[in-house]
Design a protein around this ligand. Structure first.
Ligand code: G6P
Length: 367
């Protein structure tokens, strides 16, 4: 089927705008009829006997795995190891009994990820994949392939596939938590109903676009941009920096906020914008104190937060973007949107080829 831009200037813009819809579809696909549990249509999987989860991927899919590590560990109590496919495959790590190997890939054809999967064959108890292309090699060679249902993604910089990966991985972590009795039924039902409500919150989030467009015009003049986040916002900071450098060609780096003092703080001056991703969650005070260290060195802070966060931490900040309030567990899916929009509008302001950035390919099927 031919996909067009549906009135958008770029496929990337269209794919960003589609997120409320496709995420809604993914949630419906994995939700049980009564809304209190997670089902894996056509697959039989029980996490009770899983001792360890090994997740492997490349690029944006790798950052989805890093995010999911927090979910599987905190919600389900399963130890998780996450690795980049090109490292994993040559390191040849020992795979202990009771290990489930999980591969995340939009295309399902990434050469390194496929090689890592093949390495795990006969070693891991089960091979799972989270893919967008159901007929792909990675899907076919897995014991269980879970579709993310994002629909065709054309922009080289992944957007809707990333948030659909996050959605499916969160639901899988909730299933694991239920299987293992690691989560209270009420808590699980609550998170699932919040997932169901996510599309409308995401629509509301997309309203921050015009503000980000203004900010992006200013960011387009920067040479280096730093992204900071803690906890679930750390992998998202990595994804935000990746998105930005992929399409705007501005050097961007991400650090866990607590690492600021171990190096990157040396780079801060008035020419370096610092994007701080910090909803008012349990780690908020810590993030704000890191942000103040940046401001004390004249760094220009762009704070992406919610209303309570803006009230408490917004003083003296260069720019504040206020997002709807959301359960901290679901925050990566929501905060992905401003990260994507920031990269998109910075690239548009610079006039780069947003959908086909130089030197990059949508799917990397060779090493
Ligand atoms: C390429 C794409 C990225 C993608 C990565 C992994 O580098 O440009 O957007 O995240 O490959 O691709 P996969 O299809 O395995 O998710």
């Amino acid at each position: 089927t031919r996909v067009d831009k549906a009135g958008h200037k770029h496929f990337m813009a269209k794919e960003i705008a589609e997120q409320p819809t496709v995420i809604g579809e993914a949630v419906r696909h994995y939700l049980t009829q009564d809304g209190t549990g997670v089902k894996l249509p056509g697959a039989d999987l029980d996490f009770t006997k899983v001792d360890r989860l090994t997740m492997v991927a490349c690029g944006t899919a790798f950052y989805a795995c890093l995010t999911a590590k927090y979910w599987f560990e905190q919600l389900a109590g399963i130890p998780v190891e996450v690795d980049i496919a090109s490292e994993f495959r040559y390191r040849e790590p020992p795979i202990s009994k009771g290990t489930v190997a999980l591969f995340v890939s939009q295309s399902g054809e990434t050469a390194d990820t496929l090689a890592a999967l093949r390495y795990c064959e006969g070693k891991a108890d089960k091979i799972l994949s989270v893919v967008n292309v159901a007929e792909s090699s990675i899907a076919r060679e897995s014991d269980i392939a879970l579709p993310i249902l994002a629909g065709t993604e054309i922009g080289v910089a992944s957007t809707k596939a990333f948030t659909c990966q996050l959605t499916v991985l969160l639901m899988l972590a909730l299933k694991a938590a239920q299987d293992r009795g690691a989560i209270k039924a009420t808590k699980c039902t609550d998170l699932l109903s919040k997932l169901r409500a996510l599309p409308s919150v995401l629509n509301e989030t997309l309203d921050c676009e015009s503000q980000l467009e203004d900010t992006a015009r200013k960011l387009a003049e920067a040479k280096d941009i730093l992204f900071l986040g803690r906890g679930l916002m750390y992998p998202l900071a990595l994804e935000g920096a990746l998105k930005l450098k992929e399409i705007s060609y501005i050097h961007a780096e991400a650090y866990a906020s607590g690492e600021l003092k171990h190096g990157p703080i040396a780079l801060i001056d008035k020419h370096v914008p610092v994007v701080v991703l910090a909803p008012k969650d349990a780690l908020f005070e810590k993030s704000i104190s890191n942000m103040q260290e940046v401001m004390a060195r004249n760094g220009k802070v762009l704070l992406i937060t919610d209303k309570p966060g803006a009230k408490e931490g917004g003083d003296g900040v260069w720019q504040t973007v206020v997002l709807p309030e959301i359960d901290p567990v679901l925050s990566p899916i929501l905060y992905a949107i401003p990260a994507q929009l920031l990269a998109y509008h910075t690239a548009v302001a610079k006039g780069t080829d947003v959908d086909q950035p130089r030197n990059l390919a949508k799917s990397v099927t060779v090493e």
